[in-house]
Design a protein around this ligand. Structure first.
Ligand code: C2E
Ligand code: CA
Ligand code: CA
Ligand code: CA
Length: 278
């Protein structure tokens, strides 16, 4: 049939096809990558202020395809979600994080609490809580060994997501609300969602350059956390000046390039007995 669209849509539809095809290829490559063992978890320290003691680590995934440079999760996690592969990939992530936690525990008699990111699609899967329980059990870990990081968007993705979150909390694992403050209903969520930790989004930390408004917001977010008996973790801390201000505003936990980038599991070993200088 002869194409009758406008010039604009004529330009648009081949590129949509190209995007769809790119996604399909990426999804197939991801599945192969999972079979071939091309994924790695890195761990970014979460430190206690002002001592710099290692409080926990956040597991952050990387993909190293054999034929291409490393691909960032921002690019492939959405594709993994859309294609459903996130269920299998997510199971691998939970297992790998627990493997590393058990190794730290064996070697040092102690392990930092491991934060594991889960996406919307995983929260819609009712088998997530039993999978988490089983994985902890297989590795001989207590539920307190891990914290599941969720986002507001993921919790609001459907009614079942909130139920999954509650079941996870009932297991005894920690629950962190990621990118806190960036959604539309962050405060509403605190009434219904049994979180233990607020991860205050980098955008609130970036502008902590002494303007009264920025300080007031960052300070309120930490006050909300402490009033509710939750931990607040400042995300994306990059400078010494931010560290000083956060400490003055009552933050006890922080994460960011100032302290450490995401690093391989073996490099976390070295930190287990040595505080990171603040
Ligand atoms: P996120 O969960 O908000 O993770 C924080 C991101 O900020 C990470 O990017 C981390 O490397 C980066 N970051 C940490 N400190 C700093 C800093 O001081 N400055 C700056 N500019 N960035 C900092 P990354 O590793 O590229 O991950 C991006 C996103 O991909 C994550 O955002 C998360 O949404 C998703 N992701 C990563 N790993 C996983 C995973 O295992 N499962 C799932 N479902 N999603 C993941
Ligand atoms: Ca996170
Ligand atoms: Ca975050
Ligand atoms: Ca984020």
């Amino acid at each position: 049939a002869k194409y009758t669209g406008t010039d604009r849509s004529r330009e648009h539809s081949p590129s949509l096809d190209a995007t769809a095809q790119h996604h399909a290829e990426l999804a197939a490559a991801l599945r192969r990558g999972l079979e071939l063992g091309e994924f790695r978890l890195l761990y970014q320290p979460i430190v206690e202020l002002p001592t710099g003691a290692l409080s926990g680590v956040e597991a952050l995934i990387r993909w190293h395809p054999s034929d291409r440079p490393v691909i960032s999760p921002a690019e492939f996690i959405p594709v993994a979600e859309h294609s459903g592969l996130i269920i299998d990939l997510g199971a691998w992530i939970i297992d790998q994080a627990c493997t590393d936690a058990a190794t730290w525990q064996d070697r040092h008699g102690t392990a930092p609490r491991v934060n594991i990111n889960v996406s919307a699609r995983q929260l819609l899967d009712p088998s997530l809580p039993p999978l988490v329980a089983d994985t902890l059990h297989r590795h001989g870990l207590t539920p307190e060994s891990i914290t599941i990081e969720i986002t507001e968007t993921a919790v609001f993705a459907g009614g079942a997501a909130l139920e999954t979150v509650r079941e996870l909390r009932e297991l005894g694992v920690g629950l962190a609300l990621d990118d806190f403050g960036t959604g539309h209903s962050s405060l509403t969520l605190l009434r219904t969602c049994p979180v233990t930790t607020l991860k205050v989004d980098k955008s609130f930390i970036d502008d902590l350059n002494g303007t009264a408004e920025q300080e007031a917001i960052a300070s309120s977010l930490s006050t909300i956390a402490s009033t509710l008996g939750l931990r607040a973790v400042a995300e994306g801390v990059e400078t010494r000046d931010q560290v000083d201000r956060l400490h003055a505003l009552g933050y006890r936990y922080a994460q960011g390039y100032y302290f450490a980038r995401p690093i391989p599991a073996e490099e976390i070993d070295a930190l287990l007995n040595t505080p990171i200088p603040t």
